[in-house]
Design a protein around this ligand. Structure first.
Ligand code: GLC
Length: 545
């Protein structure tokens, strides 16, 4: 199956390419740049939401699941984009947001109008409040973005929103909600979508009675196997929903896929989302969060592969997306502190050079692993987080809802640079850009890297070509034991050996592997003596002496 070893590129439409100069990327902009993705060598693209939306959470608040927001174009533009991608051999994954709608969705407007106890209200999670006059929220749940997860409406009832108040949670016990989403799947499958990335896939079903949750609010990080699961995440009832969706997709043949965005740990629980009759892939966020050292990396890779093997699924690797600090910055500082919180101008700043060096090594490590991998737009340029965005430019609802304490996710969403010397770095025909681009980004522009040996862009291209030729995505991993397990990670995948040096000293490949080697690819130049320096990954062919 194509998806088992596919490399899938995430396009964040508002920040990829702007065709009309309004400062927001759009669908015609993406269509015009598809040849970039072909040249890069990916198999598919995933498009973050482009549906009509008040944009309270950058389009993850959907008001109409069957159309395109005028900000991004028209439904005809979506059809054209899908057709143009297919003509180039690229598959197209869309983003499905089933946990909540926008408060501007006609269902929510109807629910407000129809009043307590109505069938319209039953599509959402409305409850009476606590306190003698219902003046307190129904329970103590907090929104992922900060503040209470409940908002009161004029007639006194409260509605649940695990995210922004503009994102009311749907009631997945209601059959009309289930029927509607099956219909939405068919709408896009009929238009040629190759699958769906399922937003907040671990959140749809809440524990009955909505009990209070007294543990620290770690909403997106999941739990371990032994701890009590939060009543709003990873409830067993979600799986039946995905089984029904899998049946819908199967009507369209074996090639359409579902990928879960489920912040669920440990790997064994995440693997339940990719059992044979459920979804095809689930982002491996435990991997994304793993510390940059040899034992942690080996541990998370081993456990991930074992967990997905146990259910007969491949593993889905990822290092960056539109919700986390870009890995080129994360790896240049203490990642624990910043992953979701973001980085602002008053925070400690990442070491840009160190971050990029490690990011390149991390990427070459990831792309050599068996399974599928997701890339986030701009990482092929080595793009760092924009860490000094002015406060007034910030748009992430988490910034406001955290009382301006968490800078949020805007820093990884800045429009990407295509041309060093053009207005908005070639993002669009004007100098407008919905988030300001840093003045230092010319060096990351595509036109400065294309055809330049050693550039991050050419490193990615070569990696994707070799990954295909060497069949790394469909291979099998076996660890190579070395004398320095705390410093070096080494594994075989088919005829290729992959070595990452996390330690302070350069390592000699021939000593490490006790054989002559031929270097196929490297994330940075090797030492004069052919040694692998710190924070470098190499792919080698081993030659018998
Ligand atoms: C997912 C999305 C994120 C969004 C949230 C609510 O985590 O990736 O961007 O804010 O869901 O829809």
């Amino acid at each position: 199956m194509w998806w088992c070893d596919a490399v899938i590129y995430q396009v964040y439409p508002r920040s990829f390419a702007d065709s009309d100069g309004d400062g927001y990327g759009d669908l015609p902009g993406i269509t015009a740049r598809l040849d970039h993705l072909v040249e890069l060598g990916v198999d598919a693209l995933w498009l973050s939401p482009f549906y009509p939306s008040p944009q309270a959470d950058a389009g993850y608040d959907v008001a109409d699941y069957r159309d395109v927001d005028p900000l991004f174009g028209t439904l005809a533009d979506a059809d054209e984009l899908i057709a143009a991608a297919k003509a180039r051999g690229l598959r197209v994954i869309l983003d499905l947001v089933p946990n909540h709608t926008s408060d501007a969705h006609p269902w929510f407007t109807a629910a407000l109008g129809a009043g307590p106890g109505s069938a319209e209200r039953d599509r959402y999670i409305f409850r009476d409040g606590r306190g003698s006059h219902g003046e307190l929220p129904p329970n103590n749940w907090q929104s992922v973005f900060g503040g209470p997860a409940w908002t009161q409406v004029p007639d006194g009832q409260w509605y649940l929103h695990l995210f922004d108040a503009g994102q009311p949670d749907l009631n997945w016990d209601n059959p009309s909600v289930r029927a509607e989403f099956e219909d939405i799947l068919r709408f896009w499958l009929d238009r040629g979508a190759d699958g769906f990335r399922v937003d907040v896939a671990h959140g749809l079903v809440k524990q009955a009675q909505l009990p209070d949750w007294h543990h620290p609010p770690t909403p997106l990080t999941g739990t371990d196997l032994t701890s009590v699961r939060p009543p709003m995440w990873d409830q067993d009832g979600v799986h039946e929903i995905y089984r029904s969706w899998r049946r819908v997709l199967s009507e369209y043949g074996p090639d359409r896929i579902l990928v879960a965005e489920a912040w669920v740990q440990p790997a064994e629980r995440l693997a339940q989302y990719v059992r044979p009759d459920e979804m095809h892939q689930a982002f491996n966020f435990e991997y994304l969060q793993a510390a940059w050292d040899a034992p942690s990396q080996r541990n998370v890779i081993t456990r991930s592969l074992a967990a997905t093997d146990a259910v007969g699924a491949p593993t889905t690797w990822v290092l960056s997306n539109h919700d986390v600090v870009r890995h080129a910055s994360r790896l240049g500082m203490d990642m624990e502190l910043v992953l979701h919180k973001g980085i602002g101008p008053r925070d400690p700043q990442p070491d840009e050079e160190l971050g990029l060096r490690r990011a390149r090594a991390a990427t070459l490590l990831m792309l050599a692993l068996p399974g599928s991998a997701y890339l986030y737009q701009g990482e092929e340029l080595g793009l760092p987080e924009h860490t000094t965005l002015p406060d007034e430019a910030r748009q992430d609802p988490g910034w406001r809802r955290s009382n301006y304490t968490a800078p949020g996710r805007d820093g990884c969403r800045v429009p990407i640079p295509w041309q060093a010397d053009a207005p908005s770095y070639g993002f669009g025909p004007s100098d407008r850009s919905w988030l300001p681009q840093p003045p230092t980004w010319a060096r990351y522009a595509l036109d400065r890297q294309r055809g330049v040996p050693g550039s991050t862009y050419e490193m990615y291209r070569t990696a994707l070509r070799l990954r295909r030729e060497l069949e790394l995505g469909s291979g099998t991993l076996s660890w190579v034991e070395t004398d320095v397990p705390d410093q070096v990670l080494a594994f075989r995948n088919g005829d290729t050996t992959v070595v990452t040096n996390f330690g302070p000293e350069p390592v000699s490949l021939s000593e490490l592997l006790s054989s002559e080697v031929k270097v196929l690819h490297a994330s940075a130049d090797l030492d004069d003596g052919g040694k692998v320096p710190t924070d470098v990954t190499v792919w080698v062919a081993t030659l018998t002496r």
